[in-house]
Design a protein around this ligand. Sequence first.
Ligand code: SF4
Ligand code: SF4
Length: 369
Amino acid sequence: MNKLGFGFLRLPRTDPDDVTSIDMARACELVDAYLAAGGRYFDSAYTYLGGASEKTLGEALAKRHPRESFEIATKIPSYDLKDHQQCWEIFEEQRRRCCVEYFDTYMLHWLNDKNYIDCENFDGFGFLREVKAKGFAKRIGFSYHAGPELLDRILTEHPETECVLLQINYLDWESPTLRARECSEVVKKHGKQLLVMEPVRGGALAELPPKALAKLEEAGLDQEQSIASWAIRFVESIPYVDTVLSGMGSVEQIKDNVRDKEPLTEHEWNTLLEVAELLRSEIAVPCTACRYCEPHCPMNISIPEHLALMNQLARAPGDDWKLRPEYNRLNETRGKPSECIACGQCQEHCPQKIAIPDWMKKVAAGLEQ
Ligand code: SF4
Ligand code: SF4
């Protein structure tokens, strides 16, 4: 049942405050361990880690392994494009960064209501078709962050689409805002290949609060299985899922994820959906730490780290004194949440639609002295 792809969004760094400071020696070690375990699918995007993700694929993967031993999927930012000339410039830069002649999968990044209209205006799908016709991509598609109605419309208007990348995990499966199950059913209805991102929801499903953990133990959580592996099994158990992307930061994590796993039983599946209900009532902010917001913040605030602190504070409101040192450390070299000017730039780029300026006020109120 192994459908695991390597998501290149969260890579080891030499400087925790600089997303581009990739620890190349460790990245090479991870790439080698994943290939040795039988993996071959790597997923990146033009904007991931300020461009460092694609460059790392070039250095750690393409320059060190035969082209036929791996597949690369990457994406062009649908939200920043004007015309085909600009698309080709970005595409050529991506090929240079990744050190490859062609991509196995090439996608428009992050279609939603607004980006789809922008994309139609510069004929983004026409560009994808050209890339494929020239032999520079074996498969074309898009990543998607909106509701099932628009997804149905896009797939009807663009039958040339071969694959769709969706955020699916047991927390979002029945979420009234993300509607992951409904979106996945639209992809299935159109007969497209379904790729999954965020199966562990940016790490949020790798550690669980005691009540949720107790439920998993009741369902037979084996001590040898990690909590994250249950989240991976959930999405791998969906029969029409083609590939599941996971960002992996250690060789142990790779071995844990790549190992063949049994599909979930109906009882286990339902237990995870019960755990999701519990988590929804406990998680204050549904941030996945994707960092799409960060480059747009004029005050240079470490938004995902502050939202993670907010979640910890929501679970244990008396722990502000424990969290304050980390809050202060984050603010030593970056902007403070109290300096947020509520410009809303971050929120426009958040796939989870989080009201970030409001949360910045709450973090500052809870942790700043
Ligand atoms: S609203 Fe605040 S956190 Fe968001 S981009 Fe503007 S200054 Fe940064
Ligand atoms: S706030 Fe939104 S855009 Fe920023 S890291 Fe979290 S989920 Fe991603």
